[in-house]
Ligand binder design. Structure first.
Ligand code: ASP
Ligand code: MG
Length: 406
């Protein structure tokens, strides 16, 4: 009998009427002859509300207790759904994180799943129960309640699907799938039927809107097909699968943009061994994630070094970099927050050359200057002036044949 994991996000369980719609949908899947495990988020807004309360209780709430508090959001929805299913005549049972044996490390607020026992869960499924698991929560080896980071119930769902070897993990959400670009920026964006795990991982800005990115890593590792679909209609959404699952081969699957990066340039750095280490060690020690780095060589043993960091870390990065510049004898540090990164992503480009030149030519035709370029096996990214972001996304979307038919 097929085993289906169905995860419903916060907006899908926002109130009793919506939870009852979830109950109908779950019951229908069960009646069609599937074993069903349901993973739930808290009602939308509840996790935020609990965080707010905790900050009223103390300026800096204790992390262990904060997780004990936040886990109640999912406990509520899981119990409510089980109550409904039982009243509809179904055998159902709710399980909290520890009852489903979701073992994590002790990094409160951002815990990682180490393993899932799921003995009780499997036992219940074998006895034809619909099992409703509270998402977002687990427990560490000492038995403390932990939570998995915001949006973590996606990861709960995929990890539980892996633990019970489910046939599919369906993620029901308020969007109906993964799009070729952000529809707010690119009106011709269309929904993809399939996308690979690696493409999802590379489409951070598009992908993160639909799934906690950590869950995609899990799905890839255990090869769990993930179906992202709307909880408000019956339409097929987007399947996230591995590369050799016979999916349609597009050269490029999506055009993404990221306005959350800033650029820092060191001018005339002495070109010597150890220079990059001198510059980037203090930045990484400060916990700042550097994304793209380029180095240009000048005449006379000098070099310019440019890199990007998240906008939120820009000020701190400038302070650190200015200090380093003094120490290593660089001439000047420049910073710029009015930039954006535009990327094309697709596993198809592994076997085709010329994607980069199409990208560069397309931007050139619109007179968009490329400030930095970065590439990986399945992604090409260009940093451009922020004001051209929307234009760049649209023309690239057209150039790679992604526009929806009218
Ligand atoms: N309730 C948690 C949050 O709001 C987890 C989730 O919804 O996935 O982040
Ligand atoms: Mg979510």
């Amino acid at each position: 009998m097929p085993l289906v994991v169905q995860k419903f996000g916060g907006t899908s369980v926002a109130n009793i009427e919506r939870i009852s719609r979830v109950a109908q949908r779950v019951a229908k899947t069960y009646d069609q002859g599937n074993d069903v495990i349901v993973i739930l988020s808290a009602m939308s807004g509840v996790t935020d509300g609990l965080i707010e309360l905790a900050h009223k209780a103390a300026e800096e709430p204790d992390k262990r207790e904060l997780d004990a508090l936040l886990a109640t959001g999912e406990q509520t929805t899981a119990a409510l759904l089980a109550i409904m299913l039982k009243s509809m005549g179904y055998q159902a049972q709710s399980l909290l994180g520890h009852q489903a044996e979701v073992v994590t490390d002790s990094d409160y607020g951002n815990a990682r799943i180490l393993e899932i026992g799921a003995k009780r869960l499997k036992h219940l499924i074998d006895r034809k129960n619909i099992v409703v698991v509270a998402g977002f929560q687990g427990y560490d080896i000492k038995g403390n309640i932990t939570t998995l980071g915001r949006g973590g119930s996606d990861t709960s769902a995929v990890a539980i699907a892996a633990a019970v070897n489910a046939d599919v993990c369906e993620i029901f959400t308020d969007v109906d799938g993964v799009y070729t670009a952000d529809p707010n920026v690119c009106p011709k964006a269309r929904k993809l039927k399939t996308i690979t795990y690696d493409e999802m991982l590379n489409m951070a800005s598009l992908g993160a809107k639909v799934l906690q990115i950590r869950s995609v890593g899990f799905a890839k590792k255990y090869n769990i097909p993930v179906h992202v679909r709307s909880s408000f209609n019956e339409e097929e959404g987007t399947m996230v699968v591995n590369e050799d699952s016979g999916m349609e081969q597009l050269l490029v699957s999506g055009v993404t943009h990221d306005k959350k990066q800033a650029r820092v340039t060191l001018i005339k750095v002495p070109d010597q061994p150890g220079i990059a280490a001198n510059i980037f060690s203090p930045i990484s020690e400060a916990g700042i994630l550097v994304d793209m780095i380029i180095q240009n060589t000048r005449k006379g043993g000098k070099t310019d070094m440019t890199f990007t960091v998240p906008k939120g870390d820009f000020k701190r990065t400038m302070e650190i970099t200015k200090k380093v510049a003094l120490q290593i004898g660089a001439e000047e540090v420049l910073g710029d927050t009015d930039i954006a990164m535009v990327s094309v992503v697709g596993v198809g480009m592994k076997n085709h050359s010329g994607v980069a030149s199409v990208m560069f030519n397309t931007l050139a035709r619109e007179n968009i200057n490329i400030l930095m370029i970065g590439t990986s096996e399945i992604r090409i990214s260009c940093v451009i002036e922020e004001k051209y972001t929307e234009l760049a996304v649209r023309v690239l979307h057209t150039a790679f044949g992604l526009d929806a038919e009218e």
